[in-house]
Design a protein. Structure first.
Length: 236
């Protein structure tokens, strides 16, 4: 056998070996590629967990935003209710004070009206004291009885705040006095109350009845006729 023949035989024998090696290399490459593309179960589970956490976080953020919006709305509502409550409380307090004032004013008006109706009775007692002249002991006893009733009435009026005016010697005041006579005189300044002809009464600072008075005038003016005063009685 020649050397060329041996060489060819070796060459032919080595060609299948090279082919098998190439096939093996390709198989390993395909296996590596497959390993790179196919994920393991742990990796898939980790990806799923991460996705779930992301979804949960998004839901939680949405819930937090909704709660914050609800809290802001509730805070605004509470503030509005507090404002309404304070306004209602102020209105009620004003109503209470106004009602109390109206009640007190009504009580004073009723008291003034009632006392004003009693003043003619006081005038009658005063007139009786001035004109009644007792001649016997029996008449004096009756007179004292009348005066006892009159004093009881006067004391009752004093207790509820009624007082008689004392205008003599004071300047004429149209808020308290009613001028029914003018007397020329140089002894007193013009407008001075010279005499109280009919007694006036006050209830606190309210006028129950104006006092009818005689007022001083300048000597050049004509004077009116004199009138007998009827206030020589027990003072209220």
């Amino acid at each position: 056998m020649s050397d060329e023949t041996i060489t060819n035989s070796v060459t032919d024998a080595s060609e299948p070996l090279a082919t098998d090696t190439a096939i093996a290399n390709e198989a390993e490459t395909e296996t590596a590629d497959t390993a790179e593309t196919v994920e393991t179960p742990d990796a898939v589970a980790a990806d799923a967990t991460a996705a779930e956490l992301a979804d949960d976080r998004a839901d939680l953020l949405e819930k937090i935003a909704a709660l914050e919006a609800a809290q802001a709305s509730l805070s605004q509502l509470v503030e509005e209710r507090n404002t309404q409550y304070m306004r209602l409380a102020a209105d009620f307090e004003n109503f209470r004070k106004r009602t109390q004032r109206e009640k007190e004013e009504l009580e004073v008006q009723i008291k003034c009206k009632t006392i004003s109706e009693l003043l003619p009775v006081v005038d009658s007692f005063e007139l009786a004291r001035t004109h009644i002249q007792t001649a016997t002991e029996a008449e004096e006893k009756i007179h004292r009885s009348y005066q006892g009733v009159y004093k009881q009435l006067v004391d009752c009026l004093k207790r509820i705040g009624v007082s008689a005016m004392r205008p003599e010697g004071k300047p004429f005041d149209p808020n308290h006095h009613e001028a029914v006579m003018r007397e020329p005189t140089s002894e007193h300044p013009e407008g001075t109350v010279l005499e109280e002809l009919k007694r006036g009464y006050m209830l606190g600072d309210r006028v129950l009845r104006h006092a009818m008075v005689k007022v001083a005038a300048t000597p050049e003016e004509d004077g009116g006729s004199e009138m007998n005063p009827t206030n020589d009685v027990t003072d209220v």
